[in-house]
Design a binder for this molecule. Structure first.
Ligand SMILES: Nc1ncnc2c1ncn2[C@@H]1O[C@H](COP(=O)(O)OP(=O)(O)OP(=O)(O)O)[C@@H](O)[C@H]1O
Ligand SMILES: [Mg+2]
Length: 283
């Protein structure tokens, strides 16, 4: 079964959608079959794959809200080796309904069970892009995931959001008795010469292991909790604005900035490596 990776952070603008998009393209380029699930009603990911109107999927076999009515959803083939389940604008309404098991519908769909095959069976990797909150869709993402990847910006405000996100993940693990592994944290929009960024990064590298030590049941994929930072570059917003991948944008229009692609490639390599390793518990 494909490895399911949820990208979460309850803080907005943390880099969830940008990295989901960039990493999916890198994994596909390496020949892995990838499914991207846009579990954020904002639909940023769906738009990054070139779809302008989310409402076009409403009521069709592509409508992700069907999951809340016990239906299945058919992914769209968007690129070689990449399929997408697009977002729906009414995703939040559906998710916040009183329905029993609403936090589990995505997990059941992807992982299967009770005689049904899960959709993840058809892929090597599934990446879930989640909204900036700690509600049903974020908890649903955690529930559906084998691995949790947490991108974060590096201001003091973002650091607080990050600790809150980690607490939500830990709470979901204990509430739903989840067997999942923390894949790591990716610092995003890093300015190497900015003191605040370096201070926040150094402080997170101290406080996060302390939090994890108090919850020894949280498995980590590597003792190296932090991935290499993704530097602050306007190219990310420009590529998103053009609805093309960061790779396509750099290769076509910004050849001088190929270092961005090298960073993304190394992060994707690490993800492949870390998801293949046997999992071990912290301390
Ligand atoms: N490394 C980077 N350097 C500079 N800007 C970046 C970088 N990565 C992402 N961005 C920009 O930051 C903004 C937020 O990124 P993104 O949409 O990926 O975050 P998000 O966590 O998905 O946000 P939301 O919570 O709203 O879904 C976007 O405009 C994006 O283009
Ligand atoms: Mg997003």
């Amino acid at each position: 079964m494909g490895k399911i990776i949820g990208l979460v952070n309850q803080k907005g603008g943390a880099g969830k959608s940008s990295l989901t998009n960039a990493i999916s393209h890198e994994l596909a380029r390496k020949g892995y079959k990838v499914l991207v699930v846009d579990y954020d009603p904002q639909g940023t990911q769906t738009m990054m794959f070139g779809f302008n109107r989310l409402s076009q999927f409403a009521g069709t076999e592509r409508d992700i809200t069907g999951l809340f009515e016990g239906k299945t959803v058919k992914p769209i083939s968007v690129k070689e080796n990449i399929d997408l389940i697009p977002a729906s604008p009414s995703l939040r309404e559906e998710a916040e309904s009183g329905r029993m098991g609403k936090e589990l519908v995505l997990a059941n769909f992807l992982k299967g069970g009770f005689g049904k095959k899960g959709l993840a069976d058809r892929y090597d990797f599934v990446l879930i892009d989640s909204p900036a909150d700690s509600g049903t869709l974020t908890v649903g993402t955690v529930n559906a995931s084998d691995y949790i990847l947490i991108p974060t910006r590096l201001t003091f405000v973002d650091a607080t959001g990050l600790v809150g996100t980690l607490q939500t993940v830990i709470q979901a693990i204990t509430t739903f008795r989840l067997d999942l592994t923390l894949l790591g944290f990716i610092p995003v929009a890093y300015k190497p010469r900015l003191k605040e960024h370096n201070d926040v990064l150094a402080s997170l590298k101290q406080t996060i292991p302390q939090i994890l030590e108090k919850h020894p049941f949280v498995k980590v994929a590597s003792q190296e909790l932090f991935f290499e930072p993704v530097n602050d570059r306007i190219a990310w917003a420009e590529a998103a604005g053009k609805r093309i991948s960061i790779r396509e944008y750099i290769e076509k229009e910004k050849k001088g900035q190929r270092d961005i692609l090298l960073t993304v490639e190394r992060i994707a390599d690490q993800i492949v490596k870390r998801t293949a390793l046997p999992e071990k518990a912290v301390a």
